[in-house]
Each structure stands twice: as C-alpha cells, then as structure tokens.
Design a protein around this ligand. Structure first.
Ligand code: PBG
Length: 353
C-alpha cells in the first residue's frame, strides 16, 4: 500500500532545472527561501508582525499609603512610589490620559492597624476604600481592580486567618467575602482575589449577586505560584518582616503546570470573568496553556521582582530600556490579553513616543 501522493513541482534533477543550483533544492529551504526578506525593512516588519502591544493591554499596579500629599519611594522598586489617598487620583488621572484602562490598588497598612484576623480589611474607610472613592470621583471611567486577600492587614502577613501554623480555608473565605463586598460598596469595578483559598471565587460571586453587585467583575488570581519574585512587593506593602514562614500551603508549587489548568477551570466554574497567571516571565508556558485551553480573558502579572530585575539592570546600564516593552510584548505572544505591571505608565509613554 502506498500513502497519499504528494504532488510537488519538479524540483529534482530534471533537465530544465539542473543548471541552476538553487532550483535543485527542496522548496521552503535556503537558498530559495530567505527568511530575512520579511525582516528587511520597517514596512515589511510591521506587516508581518503577529502580535502587538498597546496601551489597551496595561493595568497599572499602584501602592497606597497613609498620610498627606506624599509619594513614598519603595527602595527595592526604583521609580515606584506609594501614593497617599489625596494625591492618588491625580496619578491615576495621568495614567487615564495616557490611555491606560485600569489600575490595581495595594495598601501599605500601618502596623498599628494590623490584627491576626485582618479586620482592617472590612472597614469602609480603610486605605483602599478611600482610594477607590477618590479615584472614582475624579476619574470615573478608570477601571479599578482591588486585591482581595488578608496579607496587607494581618500581623502574621498571611493571606488568611490562622490556627497555630495552619491557614484556615473556609473561615478565611467568609472574611474575604466581606472584604469583597466592602470594596464593591466603595465603588470597585473588579474584585481580584489573590489569596488562593479554595472556593473563594464562588463565594464572592454569590455574595456580590445577592447584594446587588451583579455587574461587578471578578478577575481571579487563579494560577498564583508560591514565588520568590514577590519580595519587593512585600517591602512595598510592609509585610516582609511580618511574614511567618511561607505561602506554600495555599499558593502553587512552581513545579506544576497541569494543576494550573485545574485551578483555572475551577475559578471559571465558580464565576470568574477573567483569569490570571502570576508571576509572568518565568510562567509564560502557563499563560499559553491557559489561553489555548479555555479561551478566557487571560491576564498575567509582571510582578515586583520582575520589575526590580529589569529596572535595576536598566538603571545600571546593564540592559537597554528597550527590554521593558520587549518583556510586555512577550506576554502578548504567550497569549495574554493584558498585563498587570508597575511599568504601565512608563510603557504607555514609550508606546506613545
Ligand atoms: C497578596 C499579593 C501579593 C502580590 C499581589 N497580591 C503577594 C503575595 O502573595 O505574597 C504580589 C505582587 C507582586 O509581587 O508584584 N496576596
């Protein structure tokens, strides 16, 4: 039995072609094919580009701190500051005018307000809620994304409540639901659970719906890894010194990939509108698998450690600042619809110029 016959033009050593060495080659091979033709000039490069990065892909992640008219630098994240609630809307407005569609808020909570149960997270006038109100009053069309997790508010720095060394799941979920409602009440558009407790997306969805917030979205940190790349963030929100142990009983093992798909599938079933992979650069394979498997709006978080690595090297002249946009485009190529990044404003300016 013979297989299907593949019809090709006569490229063998036929009479007509044997004089030309090029024509004796199989089509699709050098020297008939020269890949560089499609890279030769700017026009062709633009025409054949498969992916693009635009300001529409950016979510600007920002820190909020107590005080008045202050922008407090974060040592391990050069160029990043924590804004007080009276000036945050001004910064957000600048981002809005650059075309950035969304901001994500993270609070540096005064240590005096931290408790083992993170009760500060439920106060209607806490830092995040005050920031949401000010932003929504002054820049109403900017999408506001708020983290739901207890770590900025707990004395032990964990994302949930503890019994001895154990992070309690269901008890934590009950508090997270209240935290989400508190943020929705303040005007948050997009609730973003980053805690990695089981069942929290479904519980939050139900509570939002039951309280008239059925149009509030959930962007779930679905595949969030127990990563060393969060170090500078923990400086920025003041949880590094507080954190007892690590987060490996709830955040994912960096060795795993199939498990990420299970996490994503569960969050979709529970009502997530958007899913997220975090960190970004070391997990591009996960972004690709998630996008291919579910076709969901898929986001990726270029986390604080990634920012610090890139920014630190650029500042020292070890890397050219072009790597900023290159790193962001890499997320698009991997399948992300958008990127949470501390580079958003800088990137938007570069894209404009
Ligand atoms: C809190 C949270 C973390 C980040 C976002 N939300 C830290 C953590 O889980 O310890 C990290 C973001 C970053 O590193 O930029 N649950």
């Amino acid at each position: 039995m013979s297989g299907p016959k593949i019809v090709t033009p006569p490229f063998g050593r036929s009479k007509q072609t044997q004089d030309s060495p090029a024509a004796t080659e199989t089509p699709g091979r050098y020297p008939t094919t020269r890949m560089r033709r499609n890279r030769r000039d700017d026009s062709v490069r633009r025409l054949v580009a498969e992916n693009s990065l635009s300001v529409d892909d950016l979510i600007w992640t920002i820190f909020v701190v107590d005080g008045e008219n202050e922008r407090v630098p974060v040592d391990s994240m050069p160029g990043v500051v924590r804004y007080t609630t009276d000036v945050i809307a001004e910064a957000v407005n600048e981002a809005y005018e650059l075309g950035i569609p969304a901001v994500g808020l993270f609070p540096f909570t005064d240590p005096d307000r931290k408790t083992p149960d993170g009760a500060e997270s439920l106060k209607p006038d806490n830092l995040v809620c005050t920031a949401i109100r000010n932003i929504k009053e002054q820049v109403p069309d900017m999408m506001v994304v708020c983290d739901v997790a207890l770590d900025p508010y707990t004395t032990h720095g964990h994302d949930g409540v503890m019994d001895g060394e154990t992070i309690l799941n269901d008890e934590t979920v009950e508090i997270l639901v209240q935290q989400a409602l508190n943020q929705a009440e303040a005007g948050c558009d997009t609730i973003s659970p980053s805690d990695m407790m089981d069942g929290r997306v479904g519980a939050i969805r139900q509570a939002l719906d039951a309280n008239g917030y059925d149009d509030v979205r959930i962007m779930a940190y679905s595949a969030k890894y127990a990563s060393g790349f969060y170090g500078p963030f923990r400086d920025a929100i003041g949880t590094k010194a507080a954190l007892i142990g690590d987060k490996r009983t709830y955040q994912m093992d960096p060795a795993n990939s199939d498990e990420a798909l299970r996490e994503i599938a569960l969050d979709i079933q529970e009502g997530a509108d958007m899913v997220m992979v975090k960190p970004g650069m070391p997990y591009l394979d996960i972004v690709r698998r998630v996008k291919d498997s579910f076709g969901m709006p898929t986001f990726v978080y270029q986390v604080s450690g990634e920012y610090a690595m890139i920014k630190g090297a650029v500042e020292r002249g070890w890397l050219d600042e072009k790597v900023i946009l290159e790193s962001l485009l890499g997320f698009k190529r991997a399948g992300a619809d958008g990127v949470l990044t501390y580079f958003a404003v800088e990137a938007a300016k570069k894209l404009k110029g």
